[in-house]
Design a binder for this molecule. Structure first.
Ligand code: GLU
Length: 473
């Protein structure tokens, strides 16, 4: 029986949860779930200047919002510094690493010489075989790995295939700095080994690191985990995704009103596919997920596609849940009037949501569409809507107001029948009457069905809003 799968997500906590990181986490999570394994979370916080607690919190929040769970407690890489040093010393004892006493000046000179000779600037191995008794006193050495001097290092990658690195291009890189702290390259290997990671799924910007990391695994005699380096996400123009393409943080997508299941579905399709399936549940993704189906080509972020998926999930969501999401979004964005309006009109808002769902691509659009419920009188009328309020249509509204007041039943069917009868009696098309009604009742030209609107806001409010327009007109 093969070992149970252990994947990991290893973000550096220097900002928010990047959309590319979220996709990496999603793939690690889906693979772990698909195989009945585990996904661990390691916070790569060794860069003390750039790592912040706020960033750690933002990453955990972002993962939780996306519904991506990890097994066990998050592991701090920084907290494991002693273990990293221990392994560096073990490599020293095995003769697989050595102390290097080069001064910064020597290293600069080495780099410049290499450059002048047209060679890549690499460490020349001058302390590799030197007698330790040559060590200058008073200098704290770094520890360097003894990388193979010839032959090849092959990364067997599930996405990239066999990627061959010539040993001569990899120098004896530092694993422990002179202050005793580990380098990133070394810490990652020790952690992945100790955490029992069997599969490393990460961005292909780490592919050359993989070759260096394999050198450490081999020096320790450890098994190299399976690897899958996924192409980075690009913008619609084909350039690497960056700020100028739009939001990069998962946080921002939440704030803009995307549902987590929509973003999850969207991110799944960025670099992974299952036949022609575009819309699928998380359970299906987990069931279908395989490393084989990861794409080798870069994927492009397509905002229109994300919007259309979001529209799909908005239509599918329960109104009560959407209501909560709308309230949270309004609160978070400081949209105080919307926040108060939604809170004070909870039942009406929930009753209205089925009318709004087919018309919105994002939660923010849902909020905009819900504003007619709690808009304060007299309503602000948008320009396009006010163009509909001609003297002629205001006269119709005046008559309708009287008819509505006399209706004994306030239902969609009753109002609908009454407006139709009126339109017929004056020889006007229904739209001619309904559009000005919409303008008066919502201040807009687009809204849910106008008879539904009238029932939702109630008879008194409907009559009052019409009067605001007719009395002014
Ligand atoms: N901390 C690295 C990053 O955020 C990931 C390292 C890894 O996955 O090996 O890019």
């Amino acid at each position: 029986m093969s070992k149970p799968v252990v994947t990991r997500f290893a973000p550096s906590p220097t900002g928010f949860l990047h959309i590319g990181g979220a996709r990496t986490a999603l793939f690690n999570w889906a693979y772990a779930k698909n195989t009945g394994g585990k996904m661990l979370l390691r916070i790569e916080d060794t860069d003390r200047e750039r790592s912040t607690d706020a960033a750690v919190a933002a990453i955990l929040d972002g993962l939780s919002w996306l519904g991506l769970t990890w097994d066990g407690e998050p592991i701090s890489q920084f907290a494991r510094a002693d273990r990293h040093a221990e392994i560096a010393h073990a490599l020293l004892d095995k003769g697989m690493a050595y102390r290097c006493y080069c001064t910064p000046d020597e290293l600069t000179e080495m780099r410049e010489k290499a450059r002048a000779e047209g060679r890549p600037p690499r460490y020349d191995g001058r302390w590799r075989d030197r007698d330790p008794s040559d060590a200058p006193s008073g200098v704290n050495p770094v520890i360097r790995i003894k990388a193979p001097e010839s032959g090849e290092i092959v990364v067997h990658d599930h996405v990239q295939g066999e990627v061959v690195f010539k040993a001569e291009n990899l120098d004896d890189f530092i694993i422990l700095r002179s202050d005793g702290t580990p380098t990133y390259m070394h810490a990652v290997v020790v952690d992945d080994h100790d955490m029992g990671v069997t599969h490393i799924i990460r961005g292909d910007d780490h592919l050359t690191n993989a070759a260096r990391q394999i050198v450490i695994y081999q020096a320790m005699g450890w098994d190299v985990p399976e690897m899958a380096h996924i192409p980075l996400i690009h913008g619609p123009d084909g350039a690497k995704l960056s700020k100028r393409h739009g939001a990069l943080g998962v946080e921002a997508y939440r704030q803009m009103g995307y549902l987590p299941e929509a973003l999850r579905n969207y991110l799944a399709r960025l670099g992974w596919a299952h036949g022609d399936n575009e819309i699928f549940s998380t359970e299906q993704m987990v069931e279908w997920f395989s490393l084989k189906a990861l794409n080798k080509g870069a994927s492009r972020f397509d905002f229109a596609k994300l919007d259309s998926l979001n529209a799909h999930y908005i239509r599918a969501a329960e109104p009560v849940r959407l209501y909560e999401v709308m309230v949270d979004a309004a609160s978070e964005l400081g949209r105080n009037a919307d926040y108060a309006g939604l809170l004070n009109n909870k039942d009406t808002a929930i009753a209205a949501i089925p009318e709004l769902q087919p018309r919105a691509k994002t939660v923010l659009e849902l909020i905009d569409l819900a504003q007619f419920i709690y808009a304060s009188r007299p309503l602000a009328i948008e320009e396009k809507a006010s163009e509909l309020l001609t003297p002629e249509s205001i006269a119709h509204l005046e008559t309708l107001r009287g008819r509505f007041a006399a209706l004994s039943e306030w239902s969609v069917a009753a109002i609908d029948a009454d407006v139709r009868a009126y339109a017929e009696s004056v020889g006007a098309k229904l739209g001619k009457i309904a559009q000005p009604l919409r303008a008066a009742l919502t201040g807009r030209t687009i809204s849910p069905g106008i008879f539904e609107v009238m029932v939702l806001i109630g008879k008194a409010e409907s009559l009052a809003r019409i009067a605001d327009v007719t009395d002014k007109g």
